[in-house]
Design a protein around this ligand. Structure first.
Ligand code: GLA
Length: 390
């Protein structure tokens, strides 16, 4: 784990001591993510290849004997409290993610325990790096371990996705929660979003993953995301299949001339992206960073032209990245419409890459990007300081 990550854990622990005058029973964490390739494929039962990053949401806590949960957020400077026996949605507030997770876990277990906690994180909020999935999984991990629930990453990812879908009201797929729950250090994770089977693939030695935050935010894009989902469902109906995952490139090409223009382009993105994602996982396994990079470049073009979820700042930073000698490949990452791009870069050239692209982007757009060289981390974890009482 990197120093920055441990700094945040230490901040949460120090915050807990300041708030409660005692040591926490433990510190629970879950990471944010980038997606190397496989975008807008998860809700089509397809394939994704994300990587958990060394930035996470942390919760330092001690269990309580009653059904109350009291949390101080160091990042928001706010105290919030709720009762597990009287859950009520609080809209977009950060505490609502903890409530949503509690609501789902309560259906799985009796005797979910309350706690006093302090939370802190370093996943930038709203940047498309899944800060909310990180917070959901850190909460799930904390509830599970103090309430004696077994930790099954797949089950917990599904629980967190359900919280997001049915409690928060965001219709996301399973990718963000799965990688935050099940990521593996030094590896990306190929996820089959239908069976939820996973395969860990090692990140190529000598390469670095660089996050390029355009400093633009997604804004109100729920409707655009839901629109894309709808078009994909219509396209699946056109092919007479359950989901676009069931259509291969050859069948698509045969029937494409009969499809309406927008539906055809949306479907083409998903179907070719699934193929690219499987190829990229195989290439990673061979240590073939060049092929992964080429597939990432193709993915960006497809998201920009066919799926239409990029924006000019993302295109700009991706183009600048792709033009640097150390870059193997670059693309937007996450839902799109703003936020971050990700680049796979020659390790030795990573610092020069980060500096050069940031400067060129700033002079082209007037926006100040944030650039993070990151490493592949493990999924939701516990850093216990003292044993948690049974
Ligand atoms: C968001 C959603 C994911 C996925 C991506 C696009 O991050 O939460 O489930 O659909 O967009 O790939």
């Amino acid at each position: 784990m990197t120093d920055t990550v441990l700094d945040v854990a230490a901040r949460a622990t120090a915050g807990f001591r300041a708030q409660y005058g005692t040591e926490p029973a433990g510190v629970w964490a879950a990471p944010g993510r980038i997606n190397l390739i496989g975008e807008h494929t998860d809700y089509n039962d397809g394939f994704v290849l994300p990587m958990a990053i060394d930035r996470a949401a942390w919760i330092a806590l001690r269990p309580r004997d009653d059904s109350k949960v009291a949390i101080h957020s160091l990042d928001f400077g706010e105290d919030r409290e709720f009762d597990l026996d009287h859950l009520a949605s609080t809209g977009n507030e950060w505490i609502n993610y903890v409530q949503g997770v509690a609501w789902v876990l309560q259906k799985k277990t009796r005797g979910l325990k309350g706690w006093d906690g302090v939370t802190a994180g370093d996943v930038p909020i709203g940047a498309g790096l899944s800060s909310s999935a990180a917070f959901e999984l850190a909460s799930a991990r904390a509830f599970a371990s103090i309430s004696g629930m077994p930790w099954d990453p797949r089950e917990m990812a599904l629980a967190a996705q359900r919280a997001e879908n049915d409690w928060i009201g965001v219709r996301c797929g399973i990718m963000d929660q799965m990688i935050s729950a099940a990521g593996e250090e030094g590896h990306a994770l190929l996820i089959d979003c239908r069976s939820l089977e996973t395969r860990s693939v090692p990140m190529p030695p000598g390469s670095a993953v660089v996050i390029l935050d355009t400093a633009t935010r997604r804004g109100l894009v729920d409707s655009a995301y839901n629109d894309r989902r709808l078009h994909c469902e219509e396209a699946a109906d056109f092919f007479g299949v359950e989901a676009l995952r069931d259509v291969d490139v050859e069948r698509f090409e045969r029937l494409a001339p009969r499809m309406e223009n927008v539906m055809r382009r949306r479907a083409r993105h998903v179907i070719t992206e699934n193929a690219r994602t499987l190829q990229a996982a195989d290439a990673l396994e061979r240590g073939d960073a060049e092929t992964v990079g080429r597939l990432m470049n193709e993915s960006h073009a497809s998201l920009r032209d066919d799926f239409e979820v990029s924006r000019k700042e993302l295109d700009e930073i991706v183009e600048l990245a792709q033009g640097h000698g150390a870059c193997r490949g670059a693309r937007m990452t996450g839902a799109g419409f703003g936020g971050c791009a990700v680049a796979l870069v020659d390790g030795e050239g990573a610092d020069d890459f980060a500096r050069t692209v940031a400067e060129a982007y700033q002079s082209a757009t007037g926006l100040e990007p944030r650039v993070y060289v990151c490493s592949a981390s493990a999924g939701a974890s516990i850093e216990s300081t003292t044993p948690v009482p049974a």
